[in-house]
Structures are given as structure tokens and as C-alpha cells.
Design a protein around this ligand. Sequence first.
Ligand SMILES: N[C@@H](CCC(=O)N[C@@H](CS)C(=O)NCC(=O)O)C(=O)O
Length: 230
Amino acid sequence: MEKEKEKEVKLMGAWFSPYVHRVAWVLKLKGIQYEYVEEKLNNKSSLLHACNPVYHKIPVLLHHGKPIAESLFIIEYIDETWKQNPILPTHPYDRAMARFWAPYIDQTILEGSKRALYVEGEQLNKDIKQVSDAMEVLEGLLKGKKYFGGETTGFLDIAFGWIAIWLDAIDEVSGVRFFDPHRYPLLHNWKNKFREMDAVKDSLFPMGKLVCFFRKYRQYSKLRLSEATK
Ligand SMILES: N[C@@H](CCC(=O)N[C@@H](CS)C(=O)NCC(=O)O)C(=O)O
């Protein structure tokens, strides 16, 4: 019966998306079987438009045909639906903090470092400062802990996991060193441990593929930006 229920899970995503991988990591950590559907973001399917009519973005999780959008909400939904290997902290205070920091890091580090791939001048300096301030926050959150979740990985480890994989590729393509291991030694240790987790190890792809993707993204975004400012 339980197995039948598990088969009803579908994840719509794109291979390069950190938001999608974090959902896939949770599904793997909990041992939930699911079907993965790769979306073409330059030619989105009618299913994606129907499932996420507000943002039209991936990831979308379908459970028994019901769509859920936004990666952090999807993770909470999975955690509440399948109780094994809990992801969210148990204490209400820790849960509130996890819910506070996860979107903050998306808005600061994820969006800021991605933008640094194509902006220049004052905006680039602003983004570098925004990312490095938030990296300091992360280093602080790890003080006295093995993982963001404490002794084991939890919601914030999953939410920040992309940093352990994507940021090196962004550094290489942007030419900005966002992740300096000497400046963030705790984060550096955490990164190595995170990449070694079974659920994560299985989903790693060659760094060259991501670097190539970001090079194209950089060219495309620079072109769009220059056309918009003409
Ligand atoms: N806040 C969203 C962000 C998702 C997101 O930005 N997805 C990107 C791919 S990495 C997307 O679908 N972009 C398509 C678009 O913007 O049209 C989440 O956490 O799920």
C-alpha cells in the first residue's frame, strides 16, 4: 500500500537547477520513489504552466496529481507527508529559524552570485558585498556544529546544499571568488561532508557541464541586458 502511494510522485525539473536538486535530495533521503520529468525552460510544457500558473517555474512536485510549487514549500510538504528521516528541526524555535534563513540565503547568495555572472560596475560590487555578508552569516551559523542541522543534516543543509556544488562553477565563470576556503573554513569542511552524502553523491554531475551551462547563461544574459539598456 505504502509503495503504491510512493509511485504517485512526480518531480518536474531541469538538470542544472539547484532548486530542483534540493527536492530530489530530500526524496532520496527519505527513500521515496518518484518519476523525474525534465522540462525545457525555453519551451515550457503546458503541464508546467498548468501546475505552476503563478510563477511558471520548476521545481513542481506532483503528488497524486496535485501540484506543489516552490522548492522550500515542497520540502516541507514531503517532510510532513513522509515521516521517515525527518528534515525540519523538531523544536519550534529551530523550525522558525530554519524557515527564516533558507529564503534569505536564496535571495542573497543564490540570486546575487548568479547575477554576478552578467552584471558589471556598481551592481557587481553590490552583489559581491551582498554575497560575502551572507557567507559570513553561514559561517557563523556553523559555529560549534557539524552540520547546519546540528549532529546530522537537516532542512538548512538541504537548502544550502547547492553552495557545495554550484558556487565553484559560478566562481570559475564570473571570475569572482565567492567561496574562499580560508575565509570560510567551517563552510569548507561542511561542503566536503555534504558532497559525500549518498543522496548527494549520486546526483553530482561533471563540473565542466555546469561551467559550460553558466558560460552560455552569462553570454545570453549579457546580451539581454545590453538590449534592454539600449
Ligand atoms: N523560488 C523558487 C525558484 C525556482 C526557480 O527560479 N526556478 C528556475 C530554474 S533554476 C525556473 O524555473 N526558471 C524559469 C523561469 O524563470 O521562467 C523555488 O525555490 O522553487
